[in-house]
Design a protein around this ligand. Structure first.
Ligand code: FEO
Ligand code: CA
Ligand code: CA
Ligand code: CA
Length: 577
């Protein structure tokens, strides 16, 4: 951990206080406006947002719900595309009954999921939406896509509707994201299990299904009751076709998205892509569940800047690794190894239940256990510092730390960890393809007012003025500021007193200083972050304001609506500088 230090030269704004207000707050000299909200028409023929009417026809032509990770793709100096995940829906607002009661409800709900691709233009100094651009696209839970890579076509991916095991419908629970230097967008399928279920509560489930949280009783979306694709008794393999990283070409609205099976199947958070010094593509991947793991993919072939087409399928061929950490007792620094998940090695054999490499990738969580991966405190986003020397990962929280199978220690040093921490590591020799690294904790969040003098106060760079819980989204800007978004307990009481609503902070990775930059409205999460190339505009996601009927009316009055906001400086300067 880094010692506290004030007045880092990287951080050029005055910190703001915590907030419980139903609005977005920023430091002096900054302003925000809404770019797009759930239900806004994206096409000229789409209906305006309605608080009461919902249909597949309308929702598939409007901005989806619960925007999350997003990336900026320049078209020209004053034009760009934004690819934006629409992770899930708040059925209490989406549907008249607050839950699905018909196939029509399911179809509307499915159409509010997925990805929205929109064009934006800089007019009069403001980034604004372009309605009906030729690039505008909604990708939903029913959009045709292709399974590609080593597991494509495998028996475990075949269904009655698709005996080929290669043609899958849709993507949903698209959490965070990544982008490639060959101009494509990566969208990550996270809690896909929650959409499957069975009419038979006693349906027998395999150990693999259970490890992925698949259950007869679904998590509340209710699709299986009306759409047989999500009924585990009818299509037991459909769930194996979700939980992947999907690659999308945002500049070609006709392109078929590809699910890249070489990157493994788990509850993907984001995909932090880095071109290694030798040209190989390294993608860091978190699996956001208590006691699950941190992964990386290393491509077999090299990125060729001069030949974009040659890079198109780089993510279909390579090695998936999972992280194992070691440390001396009580230390929050140590060494680590990347363990390859390769069939026939390290116990990944037919005798142990892995018939082939496709089985290893489809059941990556089970393979990670066999090779001895470290159980983590919910790995969320990974970000690589622009120098390429270090990578960071948020470990958001883990109430189960200290229970069986999840020992306290190393990068997960606190039992019943409800605050979270940020891990960082440096690959040996600066080589991200290396199988060894050293690590430490950049910070442990905590509450120094409630828990002074204990590990639950957090590290020395946390104080009463910048405290927060549950770091989740992270990203670096070009100058190396680390932006931290939170998805935590917003009760502002007890262990969380003084933290207020979810927020965004900015850290100097060198000095360790952390400063609060933004506070969000009531019951929201802050998630999703991208910049214009000159860094004078920052795009930030405000997800599920007013969830579970909390009293928010953000941002337009009336029904609360997830939104992307654009943040700029009154003097036109670089955000954070
Ligand atoms: Fe969708 Fe782990 O956050
Ligand atoms: Ca998240
Ligand atoms: Ca989270
Ligand atoms: Ca979320």
């Amino acid at each position: 951990a880094v010692a506290a230090a004030a007045n880092s030269p990287l951080l050029g704004f005055n910190a703001i206080s915590a907030s419980g207000e139903d609005t977005l707050r920023l430091p002096q000299g900054y302003r925000w406006e809404v770019l797009v909200s759930w239900g806004d028409p994206l096409f000229a023929d789409a209906p305006a947002f309605s608080e009461s009417e919902r249909s597949e026809a309308a929702q598939s032509r409007q901005f989806g719900d619960n925007n999350d990770g997003m990336s900026f793709f320049p078209l020209a100096a004053d034009r760009a595309l934004l690819a934006i995940n629409n992770e899930y829906t708040n059925q209490e607002y989406l549907l008249p009954a607050g839950k699905v009661t018909s196939l029509a409800d399911v179809r509307a709900d499915q159409a509010a999921h997925g990805v929205s691709i929109i064009e934006i233009a800089l007019k009069d100094g403001r980034w604004q939406r372009v309605l009906d651009s030729r690039y505008t696209r909604r990708i939903t839970a029913n959009t045709p896509m292709q399974l590609s890579g080593p597991a494509a076509g495998h028996a475990l991916l075949q269904t009655q509707a698709d005996p080929s095991g290669r043609a899958v419908l849709g993507t949903f629970n698209n959490c965070a994201n990544g982008e490639t230097p060959w101009g494509t967008y990566l969208t990550c399928e996270e809690n896909f299990n929650g959409y499957f279920g069975s009419q038979d509560p006693a349906l027998a489930l395999s150990a693999a299904q259970k490890r992925y949280g698949i259950a007869a009783v679904d998590a509340g979306f209710g699709w299986h009751a009306f759409d047989a694709r999500f009924d585990l008794a009818k299509e037991p393999n459909e769930a194996n076709r979700h939980g992947w990283v999907v690659e999308i070409d945002p500049r070609d609205p006709q392109s078929v998205p590809k699910k890249r099976t070489a990157l493994g199947r788990f509850k993907h958070e984001n995909a932090a892509l880095h071109i290694n010094s030798d040209g190989r593509v390294v993608v860091y991947l978190g699996d956001d569940e208590r006691g699950e793991h941190l992964y990386k993919f290393v491509s077999a072939q090299r990125f060729d800047k001069s030949n974009p087409q040659a890079n198109r399928d780089l993510l279909d061929d390579g090695t998936l690794y999972v992280a194992q950490f070691s440390a001396k007792d009580g230390e929050i620094r140590g060494e680590g190894r990347w363990l390859p998940l390769v069939h026939g090695h390290n116990g990944l054999t037919a005798a142990n239940g892995f018939a082939d490499q496709a089985s290893v990738l489809i059941h990556a969580r089970l393979a990670a256990t066999v090779v001895g991966a470290t159980t983590m405190d919910r790995p969320e986003w990974v970000a690589v510092h622009p120098s390429g020397q270090q990578a960071f990962c948020t470990l958001t929280n883990n109430k189960n730390r200290g229970t069986e199978g999840q020992p306290v220690g190393g990068p997960n040093p606190r039992a019943a960890n409800h605050y979270g921490q940020i891990l960082r590591w440096a690959p040996a020799g600066g080589d991200h393809a290396s199988e060894t690294f050293s690590w430490d904790l950049f910070l442990m969040a905590g509450n120094p007012s409630v828990h002074p003098g204990t590990a639950y106060a957090g590290t020395a760079n946390i104080d009463a003025d910048n405290m927060f819980n549950s770091p989740d989204g992270i990203g670096f800007d070009a100058d190396g500021r680390l932006w931290i978004q939170t998805d935590g307990d917003y009760s502002n009481q007890g262990d969380f007193a003084g933290m207020g609503n979810n927020q965004m902070l900015c850290a100097d990775p060198n000095s360790g200083e952390v400063r609060r930059f933004l506070t969000g409205p009531i019951a929201c999460e802050i998630t999703g972050l991208t910049f214009s190339p000159d860094h004078t505009a920052m795009f930030v996601g405000i997800q599920h304001p007013g969830e579970e009927k909390a009293p928010s009316h953000f941002p337009h009055g009336g029904m609360p609506r997830s939104s992307v906001v654009v943040i700029t400086r009154e003097d036109g300067g670089i955000i954070g500088g």
